[in-house]
Ligand binder design. Structure first.
Ligand code: G6P
Length: 477
């Protein structure tokens, strides 16, 4: 890749970034074998990828990501390296190292840490296996730093994403201090008290690495402030943070909503729910998404408000996630069990109160977002939560959004969404009821207000903010 490539979206040009490298665990494409055994590329999964890909398409930027599967490794070895006007660089770590780093540290430790999810009487267990995994995490991060250091032109801008890559910043700084770097966290950041569960040298290494990049970004100021408090608690030198919330790509969402697959899925959903009201949850089957309490709240609503029996359906579209972790497997089983219990309690011959689908079906999720009357977004703690912004963009019924105040997106949507404390089941039930009974004009004004927020702060702005922060053009806050 030659230096001096121009970056397509205009706001990026303002930052003066001459060559952009985006770095994330999941990349814009993943590979698999089709029925005939041929290697084929598919769009990569996840909100981060779907937001970034359209922004970078055709820009000539480089995207560095993990080779996650065997097929990804095979593609890496064959040198399949361009897609959509992007240079793709995959980092193929040793599979055992990758598994330890991803399962034990990224997902089993850092995800739980930043989301305050540890069941502290049992986890984390800092034992020999954990230390082995920490070493693997360092190796995987170091490999990323090597690849970026080798490929980046002088003075290039490097935007590192998320908790899988917390140590890339320091390793890269050691190798190439000419590069302009930023690290963006898509998760919340833990409190200083929670940080204390990590061994001190590990906590220090994490914070020092995040301090070694040129700029640190979060979806809200709340998470950035926690980062600052963590550094203070460990007596590390102060560094600045910046806050910039991501928005979904409106055009992409609308195109998806009109696609044949989504229209088919919508027909399927209409057949399932008829003319009943829909209370919708769309999320990964993930502990922080709080699906269990959402179900209990709907159960309580049916108990206390019999007038809603037969008239509403709670639709849950849950995408199975991280099935290598025992906690996730157990959570999913508990979810299925609770759905069964609630259905047994209330179902009639013509109505099943909960409709849950456990699969990764993006067109169906978009179709369901078009049909909700109440969108329930009740995470325990969430870096942002894009669904709360995506829903109103494609919804056709001026549906209400019931939103956890613990989601990063709450900062933007306060006053437009209906606030809940996600731990409070009775409060969540009454918020769902408010959404179901809210006068149409109010629902519509609030929903339009959310769409306005999304449009006025497009995803390109989020990307540009990272470039500006990395290049030092914008004052960090
Ligand atoms: C969150 C993280 C992303 C991650 C996604 C899916 O949104 O911020 O970095 O890709 O979850 O998780 P997974 O483990 O499937 O990549």
């Amino acid at each position: 890749m030659a230096a001096g490539n121009q970056i397509a979206p205009d706001p990026l040009a303002e930052s003066g970034a001459t060559h952009l490298t985006v770095v994330s665990n999941r990349g814009p494409v993943s590979f698999e074998h089709d029925e005939s055994g041929e290697l084929v590329a598919r769009d990569g999964a996840g909100g981060l990828v779907s937001a970034l890909r359209p922004l970078l398409a055709g820009s000539g930027a480089t995207w560095v990501a993990s080779a996650i599967t065997e097929a990804d490794r095979e593609a890496t070895a064959r040198g399949w390296m361009t897609s959509d006007g992007l240079d793709l660089v995959t980092v193929a770590s040793n599979p055992e190292d990758y598994a330890m780093a991803y399962d034990v540290i990224s997902n089993g430790t850092l995800w739980f840490l930043h989301h305050h999810l540890f069941d502290l009487s049992r986890r984390p267990r800092i034992d020999a296996r954990w230390w082995e995994a920490w070493e693997a995490y360092r190796v995987v991060n170091g490999l990323f730093a090597n690849v970026i250091a080798e490929r980046s032109p002088e003075g290039g801008t490097v935007l590192i994403q998320d908790y899988h890559l917390s140590l890339v910043g320091a390793a890269l700084h050691e190798r190439r201090d000419d590069l302009l770097t930023s690290h963006f966290s898509h998760t919340p950041f833990c409190s200083p008290e929670m940080l204390r569960v990590l061994p001190d040298p590990v906590a220090r290494e994490l914070l020092e690495s995040l301090s070694a990049v040129g700029a640190r970004g979060f979806h809200t100021r709340r998470w950035g402030d926690l980062f600052t408090r963590c550094t203070q608690s460990m007596r590390l030198p102060p560094v600045t943070t910046f806050a910039s919330p991501l928005s979904p790509d409106v055009e992409h969402l609308k195109t998806m909503a009109g696609s044949a697959e989504s229209l088919r899925a919508r027909q399927w959903l209409d057949e399932q729910v008829g003319d009943r009201k829909v209370v919708l949850q769309v999320a990964r089957a993930e502990l922080s998404k709080n699906l269990l309490r959402g179900l209990s709240a709907f159960d309580l609503l049916l108990e206390e408000h019999p007038e809603w029996r037969e008239r509403a359906v709670h639709v849950i579209l849950a995408n199975p996630s991280r099935q290598m972790l025992a906690d996730y497997v157990a959570y999913q089983a508990e979810l299925e069990h609770l759905v069964q219990l609630v259905n047994e309690r209330w179902a009639t011959s013509s109505w099943t109160p909960i409709l849950m689908e456990l699969s990764n079906d993006y067109p169906r999720s978009i179709a369901a977002l078009g049909r909700y009357d109440v969108l329930l977004v009740n995470p325990l703690r969430d870096g942002l939560n894009l669904v709360a912004k995506e829903g109103p963009v494609v919804n056709e019924r001026s549906g209400a959004v019931v939103l956890s105040r613990e989601a990063g997106v709450w900062e933007e949507l306060a006053g437009l969404a209906i606030e809940i404390n996600p731990f409070d089941i009775a409060g969540t039930a009454s918020a769902i009821l408010s959404g179901l009974t809210m006068p149409e004009q109010e629902r519509s004004e609030r929903s339009e207000g959310i769409v306005h927020k999304v449009i006025s702060r497009p995803a390109a702005k989020w990307l540009a903010d990272q470039c500006l922060a990395a290049t030092g053009k914008e004052e960090s806050c």
